[in-house]
Write a protein of this length. Sequence first.
Length: 213
Amino acid sequence: MQYAQRRALMVSQQIEKRGVKNAAVLRAMRTVARHLFVADEFLNVAYDDFPLPIGFRQTISQPYIVALMTEQLQLQPHHKVLEIGTGCGYQTAVLAEIAAKIYSIEIVPELAARAADNFKRLNYHNIDSKQGDGLSGWQDKAPFDRIMVTAAPAILPVALVKQLKIGGCMVIPIGTLLQTLYRIIRKSENEIEKQILLQVRFVPMTGEIENNR
């Protein structure tokens, strides 16, 4: 079966059937070639619904979670998005298919370089990525309409909340052994609303955040 067919089945069987309905998200999931972001040894399972290792104790998230988190951001074409945890760049590419501009930070130098190569090879011109500690966000590009975090801190990073526009939202897993995926809405300068989405398991956020554990 060709990769395009596998991708179509992934969307229809793993994503639509589990309740993801946003047309832009489904279109992005059909468009971005997940097999181009995984190691050769995993090509045969690139479109199966589970995470895959990408080295350095990191993973590429399962397709359903990528789609769900993207849908929960409620992206619009004009949005500017911050992503914490570029990884290999798959989730970043999905965001870039929908929103105007993506800024993405990856703490592992080798993964940051690999993702940048992927974006260049696949002609994504609306992604700016860099290597760094995502805990402090990307201050000189803030504020952001949306923020997505793909590694789990033990507590909600205040610096990231402060880089959200008023009315903006963030999707983030929080916790250590037990993790909960939240949708955080910045209601005003000093008020947020936290919506529980589901229980998840992400790799832990590393870097400066570890000093708070």
